[in-house]
Ligand binder design. Structure first.
Ligand SMILES: [Zn+2]
Length: 299
């Protein structure tokens, strides 16, 4: 448990606790208030820390400063360790905007840039963020895992799961040393989105362990939708301290929304017909949080 009734732990402390206990903090993306409450209610039910993520598209829709205020309002009102992350941010200016708005964590995604350029901009983001808020957490990315959080009918173009395209431990070590990031998201067989069959390819657990040893900072697993509980536990015991889930929440929301509208054709009050879709997302978040926070048998 992160909150002990007296002092609220920072995200940095929660990540460090998760790493020590070999569990992971769940990171769930939201696009609206339903998602915001769904994730918070799931975390509260289990009394575990949680991270709400908003990508550039999601925060354009929710509002950058509005997302920041919403999450802070929950943390303060409920004295609960809920944090906000600026997911995949593709420019220094967008990183600056999130830092200035009071986000707890920011990811600069330079995976489409050449290695040296990725290092340069990531380092610039780290330096700026630390100058504004020494507690903020900066995540860098190395290796390309695709962009979309949707149902995929094949491995997306540009995503290479064959070994030569996965993140190499020595490059990850260089990247972390040169940039000073707090967290690193590697390409370890994970993909954004979820394959139509519902089961993604297995993760390269050995590589996760090797990268973790090389970098000595916590790893973040992106594209967790579609991965098995066994893979999650293996990844966590090998050094992953945060797991991202987006697609599965989106699928649950949409399915429940369609059903809710069909079953209540005359209902026009959004707070009534959006209740079930919100609960559907909460259920997915709860299931994932139970896996991420269970005592890891693979220790
Ligand atoms: Zn991601």
């Amino acid at each position: 448990m992160c909150y002990n009734g007296r002092a609220m732990k920072t995200l940095r402390q929660c990540v460090s606790d998760a790493r020590a206990k070999k569990i992971a903090i769940g990171h769930f993306n939201i696009s609206n208030l339903e998602g915001f409450w769904a994730v918070f209610n799931a975390a509260r039910e289990l009394n575990v820390p949680v991270i709400i993520g908003v990508s550039e598209g999601e925060r354009n829709f929710v509002g950058v400063r509005q997302a920041s205020v919403l999450v802070r309002s929950l943390r303060e009102e409920f004295s609960f360790p809920v944090f906000l992350n600026a997911d995949h941010t593709y420019s220094f200016d967008k990183v600056k905007e999130a830092v200035d708005a009071g986000f707890d964590a920011v990811i600069f995604d330079g995976t489409e840039l050449p290695f040296e350029e990725n290092v340069k901009v990531t380092k610039q983001c780290v330096e700026y963020a630390r100058s504004v808020n020494p507690e903020i957490i900066l995540e860098g990315e190395l290796g390309f895992i695709g962009k979309s959080s949707k149902i995929l009918h094949g491995i997306p173009a540009g995503v290479k799961i064959s070994e030569e395209f996965l993140t190499k431990p020595d490059m990850a070590e260089k990247f972390v040393e040169a940039t000073g990031v707090d967290l690193i998201a590697p390409a370890v067989g994970n993909i954004h989105g979820m394959l139509a069959g519902g089961v993604d390819p297995a993760l390269d657990l050995k590589r996760i362990g090797e990268i973790s040893t090389a970098v000595s900072i916590p790893l973040v697993l992106h594209g967790g939708s579609g991965n098995s509980a066994e893979d999650f536990l293996g990844a966590i015991s090998n050094g992953v301290s945060i797991v991202h889930i987006n697609t599965e929440l989106r699928v649950a929301y949409r399915k429940a929304l369609v059903l809710s509208l069909q079953e209540n054709p005359d209902e026009i009050a959004p707070y009534k017909y959006l209740k079930e879709p919100r609960l559907a997302m909460q259920k997915v978040a709860l299931e994932k949080l139970k896996i991420f926070n269970q005592p890891n048998k693979k220790l």
